[in-house]
Design a protein around this ligand. Structure first.
Ligand code: FES
Length: 184
């Protein structure tokens, strides 16, 4: 990992956002701001309906966690440096290689700087934690699997990449998880 990327990791805020989320709240004793998470409405909870996420407040280098169908997903806004580093990383670095571009998307007419993937390790389901100070972006605390900024596994025992949900950008500010069609 480049020094530039390490710097991004160090300054990266960790945010939690809920469906249709709105505000940012300061939490004493925590070194990063927290975006308030609103509970999904009853229909969404009951039916697993798509969820709408306001991504307008998520700055480059920040990641939020959302819940869809009872599972958590990371919504990661990559910096240009993170995206470039992911794209040039050698294929041999990965256990389940796919091109970084295939896991990075964005709104129509906007920048492709978003990577959205499950927050549960593909080994036994633990939630990876963000790595501070270099190396891969995510480390699974249970058995040490590691994942890059796009959720690609670089070290086992996790056998495959963090899966990506169906998703679509309805606008530059709105991401929908749970469908790949706007208005579906
Ligand atoms: S659950 Fe993540 S490495 Fe085992």
């Amino acid at each position: 990992m480049s020094d530039a990327h390490a710097g991004d990791v160090n300054r990266r805020d960790f945010l939690y956002l809920a469906t249709g989320a709105a505000g940012v709240v300061a939490v004493g004793g925590i070194a990063w701001p927290l975006v308030s998470q609103l509970a999904p409405n009853a229909r969404e909870v009951a039916g697993g309906a798509p969820i709408e996420i306001d991504i307008s407040a998520i700055e480059a280098g920040q990641v939020i966690t959302v819940t869809w169908r009872g599972s958590k997903y990371f919504v990661y806004h990559l910096t240009e440096e993170e995206k470039a580093a992911a794209e040039k990383q050698e294929q041999s670095h990965f256990r389940d290689f796919v091109a970084a571009d295939s896991r990075i998307s964005g709104p129509e007419g906007g920048e492709a700087v978003w990577s959205i993937y499950a927050a549960n390790c593909t080994h036994l389901g633990c939630i990876p934690t963000e790595v501070k100070g270099g190396g891969d972006t995510w480390n699974c605390p249970c058995h040490g699997s590691k994942f890059d900024v796009t959720g690609r596994v670089t070290k086992g025992p996790a056998p495959v990449n963090l899966p990506q949900p169906p998703m679509v950008f309805a606008s530059a500010e709105k991401l929908i998880i749970g469908t790949d069609k706007v208005g579906a």
